[in-house]
Each structure stands twice: as C-alpha cells, then as structure tokens.
Design a binder for this molecule. Structure first.
Ligand SMILES: [Mg+2]
Length: 152
C-alpha cells in the first residue's frame, strides 16, 4: 500500500509516534506532525491521500480550523477526525465541513485500518470521476482543452 500517503496530526507525541510507526510497518507512507500549522506547512510540498486529524490541539489552530484550511488547499484529501467523548459534536460539525468520518479515542488500530480503507476507496472513486470528466471534455471540446493549455 505504499502508493497511499497519510499525514497524522496530533499534539500527543507518544500517541503520534506510535501510530506513525505502526502505519509505516504496514508499508503505508506516513508522516506525523504535532500541530495544525505544521500540517499545513507539510502539505505545501507533499500531497496526502488521507489526513488523520486530532480535534483537540492546544495553541493557535485546533482541529476544526486545521480541517477548514486543509479542505481549502487540498479538497480531495480525505480527513479522519480523532475525538474524545466530549467532542463528538465538534466531529459532527467537522463532517459537515467535509471530513470523511471520525474515530473515538482511544482508537483501535483495526478500526482505523477499516476507516482508512474506506477513505482511500472514496478518494480513488472521486479521482476516477474527475479523470473521466476530463476525458469527456477532451473528446467533446478538443478546442477548448487546447485553449486552456495555451492560457496556462
Ligand atoms: Mg490532542
């Protein structure tokens, strides 16, 4: 599965390191960062398929704010929120903002793997749809496609 890439964002360093190691052990290309700011910085240079995002983070950006920025810059990245029992409402708000789903902490790796599989599948389908739409556009309006390329 090394063609999938995951970004894990969580301020709890022990949790973060353990999760990143476990995913890497399964040959998933995984990067871990401890804040929303670092997540956005990392996403400037690398495209991620799925972001696993902690809702409660201290400092400037919490999970919801980070989610908003992720969706603005990489709308196709699927986001799985990590939440405590106290912040399920916030996760629901996050899903309305485009997060794929949420998991309650403490998470079980097996539950996370199931959600990751679903998120990868959704993203794959979405990308296929976009490719097909591009091909249709190319066949129907070859002139327009060439014109667009010229303008770029
Ligand atoms: Mg936290």
């Amino acid at each position: 599965m090394d063609y999938f890439s995951i970004l894990v964002v969580d301020d709890e360093v022990d949790f973060l390191e353990t999760l990143v190691k476990r995913l890497q052990k399964r040959n998933i290309d995984t990067v871990g960062v401890t804040s929303g700011e670092k997540a956005l910085e990392t996403m400037v240079n690398k495209r991620f398929d799925v972001v696993i995002l902690d809702i409660k983070m201290p400092g400037g950006m919490d999970g919801i704010e980070t989610l908003r920025e992720i969706k603005r810059h990489q709308p196709l990245a699927e986001v799985i929120l990590l939440t405590g029992h106290g912040s399920v409402e916030t996760s629901i708000e996050g899903m309305k903002m485009g997060a794929f789903d949420y998991l309650l902490k403490p998470i079980k790796l097996e539950d996370l793997m199931v959600k990751l599989g679903e998120a990868f599948e959704k993203k794959d389908l979405q990308e296929q749809k976009i490719r097909k739409a591009r091909i249709k556009e190319l066949i129907r309006f070859p002139g327009r496609v060439f014109q667009q390329e010229k303008e770029e």
